[in-house]
Ligand binder design. Structure first.
Ligand code: F6P
Length: 374
């Protein structure tokens, strides 16, 4: 079947790199005489009776490769378990057939879905039902399987590293412990690598529940030495992933609400840790949660390049009719190979930090940075 018109959507948390990927899809499609429409707000935009779309041409998206967020909007809508308004308690029903019907109504021959585990999980299930969907990987959490890169990670890591580094100067001037809470949900990649790049004293990740007594012993050793001898630091920056928890404890969430994919909004462990440090020691401790600005702003050159490459590969996948496949990267631009992997496999299990290889190891973290299990 000749492909004439395709749709593109972005789902889940926004990330720098989405707009470059959209631009690249539009340009590559245009090269083949294919028109592209942007679906508003992820899967939400394909529900209802009269979906609205944005006709995207090369002039419209010309500068999008330099811009953050996603200009076509995003949502955490799950068409397989979607809320129906006006009912209490809110009922959730399978509305996936509406998505398929709307693809037809809009005259779309294919759909490029850009997202993480949840968005692409929906893509995989739709493809199984016969929908012409291909996926591109995006998530600052870097927790998607079967790909070395997902859009947004590099920019977010840089933002976090910069703030972690900047946190050290007030902490140093005033002699306190600065706790910096970094996103990443159940994966510690963002915290680990930004902590290392930003010069944190210690980084705590979800993959390794931490022992509070050992955290205190490390801090005491460092700050007590600095108190005795001014040549040594009398402060510390501790990075903690939002999904980290003490041994025997559980993740801290903002409230009890869950999104349509069953996720809680994590947050608050940094504040808890700073309180504990103050309770257990003479050291002052402050906490900052970096929140959404860590995925804000313009994409880094890596996210622009990866968005560019992913977009091209996504349209190539469409031309081959590779439904149910995701573009996957081996390596990162410019030294990067792209391949297709089944969406179903990419979302099967989370890609977490390989603790023996990247955390509990002298090579990357050295004993003073990580807090591996005793
Ligand atoms: O998945 C990306 C992410 O930023 C996570 O790191 C974080 O836990 C979550 O999204 C926050 O969700 P929301 O943007 O809905 O507050």
């Amino acid at each position: 079947m000749a492909i004439k018109r395709i749709g593109v959507l972005t789902g889940g948390g926004d990330a720098p790199g989405l707009n470059p990927a959209i631009k690249s899809v539009v340009f590559k499609a245009a090269e083949h005489g294919i028109s592209t429409v942007g679906i508003y707000d992820g899967w939400q935009g394909l529900l209802g009776d009269s979906p609205e779309v944005w006709e995207l041409d090369e002039l419209t998206v010309r500068r999008w490769d330099r811009e953050g967020g996603t200009h076509i909007g995003s949502s955490r809508t799950n068409p397989f378990s979607s809320k129906v308004g006006g009912q209490k308690p809110e009922a959730k029903i399978d509305r996936s057939d509406e998505v398929i019907l709307n693809l037809r109504r809009l005259g779309l021959d294919a759909l490029v879905a850009i997202g993480g585990e949840d968005t692409l999980g929906v893509g995989a299930r739709l493809a199984k039902k016969g929908a012409p969907v291909v996926g591109l990987p995006k998530t600052i959490d870097k927790d998607l399987g079967r790909t070395d890169y997902s859009l947004g990670f590099d920019t977010s890591m840089r933002v976090c590293a910069e703030i972690i580094e900047r946190s050290a100067t007030p902490a140093g001037s005033h002699h306190w412990v600065q706790v910096v809470e970094v996103m990443g949900r159940h994966a510690g990649h963002l915290a680990l690598w930004s902590g290392l790049a930003g010069g944190a004293f210690m980084t705590l990740i979800p993959e390794c529940p931490f022992d509070m007594a050992r955290v205190m012993a490390r801090l005491d050793e460092r700050l007590a030495r600095g108190s005795r001898d001014r040549r040594f630091p009398r402060y510390a920056v501790v990075v903690i992933a939002e999904g980290a928890a003490p041994v025997g404890g559980t993740e801290v969430s903002v409230d009890a609400k869950k999104d349509e994919f069953g996720h809680m909004r994590l947050g608050g462990i940094g504040g808890w840790l700073a309180d504990e440090i103050r309770k257990r020691s003479p050291w002052d401790a402050r906490a900052v949660a970096l929140g959404h600005p860590q995925r804000g702003g313009a994409p880094s050159p890596i996210d622009r390049l990866m968005g560019h490459l992913f977009g091209i590969a996504g349209v190539e996948a469409v031309l081959r009719g590779a439904w149910g496949q995701m573009v996957s990267a081996r390596g990162i631009a410019p030294a990067c190979d792209l391949a297709l992997v089944p969406l179903e496999e990419a979302v099967k299990s989370l890609n977490l930090v390989d603790v023996p290889r990247h955390y509990d190891t002298e090579r990357y973290c050295a004993a003073r940075h990580a807090l591996p299990p005793a």
